[in-house]
Write a protein that binds this ligand. Structure first.
Ligand code: NOJ
Length: 554
């Protein structure tokens, strides 16, 4: 296995809008991040993935970019950015930026030109089509509700937007578009950044002809996803990008790739194919989804294990896994997979133990390290375009409000976007102004200041896990052997690399569970590397307490 810095590191994801406000406008900013770099360094993470900070009208909080080479006003200036990068490198922290090039903002100058006339030089930068018999060009529905097509009077045509109406899809079939993207990437690499997280990068190649998608009886729109995800030319484009840009720098790349299975994943991350280093898989994030993300189903631990093991097996020799249990688009992990009430601390630590002892690069989403939880706001307090559009569309269809609120509480993206709770002062110390999104009311109890004062806090547990990763290569490179595959309560596995072996035992629920380690492990003489409880007994049979986690060196 090839050793690489991005396999050995741990990533900390910053959602800039909600991280730290330095100027009292209620919006997180770059200077706020600079203020908190020592905090991140103290945690031990050595890579930061920074959400989009480019100039944007913020229809989708920066995922709608109108200038790829400039900084969003609310976040600061290019001088602030340069200082941030310098301060990060001074602390040996690498910077991975977001690359959002499936679409731009409709306020980008390319689109402003493109919509002017059919013969404008920028017309083909986007995907324009005529009406089909008085209807939009096809039946696809947008990720953010409604059709993917918006009619534009100026030229009497529609443009394609898989996300919001203000996020027109770029036309990757146009080599000029690809060159613009590659030049822009070089601009940032030449500044010294260390990688890109690539937003929905597997959607950039659409099936030619853009045919209708299949549509169920009760669906408002057809399903365009299979006709846009992993499209016919996506690997050609990524190989070209690798040849022209990525291969020239010592950087890391991670693709955000919804709808990729482990076999398809190999095509993106097999080192010999020279595309990407890692990708984010969404099979685990869909474990509790029925018909779409808002339809919530109970999940089973055996399914969880199977998904994780399948991905491990597929990529262990042909690529690399990235590991995450939440991010800015997902609910808080402790609320979703743990218990955010009675066992908040125990379950947050148990889930972290899993995340940091599986094979792959762990990603920590801001606030996870202090066990931040989901929220339940009034509908009028939500800011996320996905939530707002879904609520409106489904209300119009007659779906009861209580049902919609239940889904939003469980899955809404604003769960993860509430401001970081720095201390117990007003607005959790995030801002001196009015926060752009309400602070989670539990900030007096859950905040960074109190975590740093408590030696048993979730924060210090993460710190210890990250330190262990640096001390034990087996955590990074070790093979995985599953135990108790059929067990619905306990997740247990061993790791092995050269002469070192680990035994990891995790109780995923709030009831006690008995565990017997095979005789060959001799737990009596094993060294306990980390646990979220005090451990007294020293033998191969033990009872795991609610959400108990143990890692032994055997
Ligand atoms: C995925 C991003 O993570 C999400 O926040 C965004 O809304 C969409 N891509 C569109 O850019």
């Amino acid at each position: 296995m090839n050793k690489k810095w991005w396999k050995e590191g741990v990533v900390y994801q910053i959602y800039p809008r909600s991280f730290k406000d330095s100027n009292g406008d209620g919006i997180g900013d770059i200077r706020g991040i600079i203020e908190k770099l020592d905090y991140i360094k103290n945690l031990g993470t050595n890579i930061i993935w920074l959400g989009p900070i480019y100039k944007s009208p913020n229809d989708d909080n920066g995922y709608d970019i109108c200038d790829y080479r400039d900084i969003m006003n609310e976040f600061g200036t290019m001088a602030d950015f340069d200082e941030l990068l310098k301060e990060m490198h001074k602390r040996d922290i690498k910077l991975v930026m977001d690359l959002v090039v499936n679409h731009s903002s409709d306020e980008h100058k390319w689109f402003v030109e493109s919509r002017k006339s059919k013969d404008n030089p920028y017309r083909d930068y986007y995907i324009w089509r005529k009406a089909k018999e008085g209807n939009p060009p096809n039946n696809w529905g947008s990720f953010f509700s409604g059709s993917v097509w918006k009619y534009d009077e100026t030229t009497d045509e529609y443009f394609l937007h898989l996300f919001s109406k203000k996020q027109p899809d770029l036309n990757w079939e146009n080599k000029k578009v690809r060159n613009e993207v590659y030049d822009m990437m070089k601009f940032w690499f030449d500044k010294g950044i260390d990688g890109f997280r690539m937003d929905v990068i597997n959607l950039i190649s659409k099936v030619p002809g853009l045919p209708d998608g299949t549509k169920g009886e009760n669906d408002l729109y057809g399903n365009g996803f299979p006709l846009t995800a992993n499209g016919p030319r996506v690997h050609e484009y990524l190989q070209e990008m690798n040849r022209e840009v990525l291969s020239k720098y010592d950087i890391m790349t991670v693709g955000e790739t919804p709808g990729v299975d482990p076999e398809t994943a190999k095509l993106y991350v097999n080192e010999d194919r020279k595309e990407l280093n890692m990708l984010f898989q969404f099979e685990l994030m869909d474990i509790d989804s029925g018909n779409g993300k808002w339809d919530i189903r109970p999940w089973k631990l055996t399914t969880f294990k199977n998904i994780m093991y399948k991905w491990y097996e597929a990529l262990k020799e042909q690529g690399w896994n990235s590991l995450f249990l939440n991010n800015h688009d997902q609910p808080r992990l402790v609320s979703r997979f743990g218990n955010d009430k009675e066992y908040r601390v125990e379950s947050a630590k148990m889930l972290a133990t899993f995340l940091h002892t599986w094979q792959g690069t762990p990603y920590i989403y801001q606030g996870e390290e202090i066990g931040m939880t989901n929220v339940q706001f009034d509908i009028s307090d939500y800011k996320d375009i996905e939530i707002i559009n879904m609520f409106k569309e489904k209300t119009e269809q007659g779906v009861p409000k209580e049902e919609l609120m239940k889904s939003i509480y469980a899955k809404g993206r604003d769960n993860a976007r509430t401001p970081i709770q720095w201390d117990a002062s007003e607005n959790a110390g995030f801002t001196t102004g009015a926060p752009w999104l309400r602070v989670n009311p539990n900030y007096k109890e859950i905040n960074v200041e109190s975590a740093l004062k408590d030696k048993d806090s979730i924060f210090y547990y993460y710190q210890k896990l990250i330190k262990l990763r640096k001390e034990h290569e087996v955590i990074v490179y070790g093979d995985i052997n599953m135990m108790l595959e059929e067990d619905e309560k306990i997740f247990a596995y061993t790791r092995k690399f050269e002469n070192e072996s680990l035994l990891v035992v995790l109780n995923f629920f709030d009831k006690e569970a008995a565990f017997t380690a095979p005789k060959k492990f001799d737990v009596n003489n094993a060294k306990l590397l980390i646990s979220n409880y005090e451990i007294h007994e020293l033998n191969n049979n033990f009872i795991l307490r609610p959400y108990e986690a143990r890692v032994y060196k055997i």
